[in-house]
Design a protein around this ligand. Structure first.
Ligand code: F6P
Length: 500
């Protein structure tokens, strides 16, 4: 369908960043875009007029506009599972019926928060939020980004089945003050249910006679939660059409809304809705998620980049790379088209990253001089999150900007060991302040960018069958039904659990 446009894009002349800046005196003005307290600088990418024109033709050919409309109209864009992808409706953008349903469920969540704040369920000051993947990464990342440290509720998010993750929380927390939040879209996820059972056991050991009375469930399958033992009045459902990695906006955001305040959660939704509108309305050449996806496709398909690195120059955003790994790699790590044919293009790059300035002293060597070309994304916040000397925050921001400049400019040397080739691309995203609305817009930007990438690749970003086989194998190993796996795996099992 789109092969002619891909050929055109692949055949584009590859001008250097230095040349592109020299060619366009207003490159920063043209490729710097503002939205909802965020500034996106795409000028240090290799996108130029020719590339933009070619990508816009590709986007038109891929029916991007129609597909954006279908997404927000609640059409079954998740074709392999025959359902819609309605995370937009959670923030008020989408099919009116779905928007109304989401709003009603938010009101229910708000009422339960009011009851908990009024101590109707107990005198809680501690929250254990159990979930994994999309049921944990968003709440954990958001809480770390926005908490001030003086909140009434202490929140611990635990995901891993490794008891070493839960045990320290149980040692620190007091059972009668603890609200247990079990977050699972399916309410069948082994890690989450085992952790939940262990928390209930701990509560009983601590003298709580009705531990299930301290449980709130967040799920798209309320019947499963009831069967597990949660009272219906403390189940906060969300729609089956909201994917796990897109679910922060639904009742999965409950723990954060309780810990930080419902108004913070509403600001998050409002920021995301502003980005939804921008995505729906802006022309492709000024559309932030679309431009980001054009750059992604350029580096993946034309320059052969297998990875993209994200560095948050702010401790508060330290979990963002983890969140983005799931969002992008679980969404677009596919090898078949929407029609189920083999994909002839590379799908999602491997997303990795860390926190600046720490990462500069660990992995940036490869970015500056390694043989891999890695497009880099820098994030920084103008307003500091600390009250120490301004030298800290100024130094943080200056380091961030210096890295982008150094990657681009490089430095020639006759000594090849000391030569920096330069012409290495980056995008910088600046947040004016660490506010819920800006974070909402930022996360919605990433969701839409992921969607545009999927449309350009003609793949389905909303299923995740790739994670199923490992789960099945784990069950098979645990079942001990006499069925054997391969010799290597059986040997590992024997060494860990002893001979049968
Ligand atoms: O195993 C992958 C996955 O299904 C993710 O897509 C999801 O976010 C996570 O597990 C948790 O699933 P659930 O919310 O159903 O417990």
């Amino acid at each position: 369908m789109t092969s002619d446009h891909w050929q055109t894009i692949k055949a584009l002349p590859q001008a250097s960043l230095e040349h592109l800046f020299a060619e366009d005196s207003d490159r920063v003005g043209n490729l710097g875009l503002e939205q909802s307290g965020l500034y996106f600088d795409f000028s240090k990418t290799h996108l130029d007029k020719r590339a933009m024109d070619a990508f816009q033709k590709l986007a038109d050919d891929a029916q991007l506009s129609t597909k954006v409309n279908a997404l927000f109209a609640g059409e079954p864009v998740n074709v392999s599972e025959g359902r819609a992808a309605e995370h937009g409706a959670e923030r008020g953008t989408g099919n009116p019926t779905s928007v109304d349903n989401a709003h009603a469920l938010h009101q229910r969540m708000r009422s339960l928060i009011g009851a908990i704040e009024a101590a109707a369920l107990g005198e809680f000051t501690q929250i254990i939020h159990l979930g994994i993947g999309g049921s944990a990464l968003g709440p954990k990342m958001l809480h770390q980004a926005l908490k001030l440290g003086d909140e009434k509720y202490e929140l611990a998010v635990v995901s891993n089945i490794d008891g070493a993750a839960l045990e320290p929380v149980l040692e620190r927390f007091t059972a009668e003050k603890t609200l247990l939040v079990v977050a699972s879209k399916t309410f069948t996820t082994a890690e989450t249910l085992l952790n939940a059972q262990s928390v209930l056991d701990w509560m009983r050991e601590q003298g709580i006679t009705d531990p299930l009375g301290q449980v709130v469930a967040l799920t798209a399958d309320p019947e499963q939660a009831v069967e597990w033992g949660v009272d219906e009045t403390r189940i906060l459902p969300f729609s089956e059409t909201v994917g796990g990695r897109y679910s922060l906006w639904s009742s999965i955001g409950f723990s954060v809304a309780l810990a930080l305040g419902y108004d913070v959660f509403e600001d998050l939704l409002a920021g995301a809705a502003a980005m939804d509108r921008h995505f729906q309305e802006a022309s492709w050449d000024k559309n932030i998620p679309v431009l980001a996806a054009f750059a992604d496709q350029y580096y993946t398909q034309v320059r052969g980049c297998d990875t993209r690195a994200v560095f948050a120059y702010d401790e508060r955003l330290g979990l963002l790379p983890d969140y983005l790994q799931q969002l992008e790699m679980e969404s677009n790590g596919k090898s078949v088209t929407l029609e189920g044919e083999a994909l002839s293009l590379q799908s999602s790059p491997i997303v990795w990253g860390g926190v600046g300035t720490d990462a500069q002293h660990a992995v940036f060597q490869l970015l500056h001089q390694g043989s891999h070309l890695v497009p880099v994304e820098f994030l920084a916040v103008v307003e500091p999150g600390d009250s120490l000397s301004p030298a800290h925050h100024n130094g943080l921001l200056l380091n961030c900007f210096a890295q982008g400049a150094a990657l681009m400019a490089g430095k020639k040397s006759d000594d090849s060991h000391r030569n920096y080739p330069g012409d290495r691309p980056s995008v910088t995203i600046l947040l004016e302040e660490m506010e819920a609305s800006s974070l909402g817009a930022l996360l919605a930007f990433y969701e839409h960018r992921t969607f545009v990438n999927a449309v350009l690749l003609n793949i389905n970003p909303f299923d995740q069958f790739g994670v199923e086989l490992g789960k099945q194998m784990a069950n098979k190993l645990a079942d001990d039904d006499g069925n054997r796996l391969d010799a290597s795996t059986e040997e590992l099992k024997k060494r860990a659990f002893g001979a049968e």
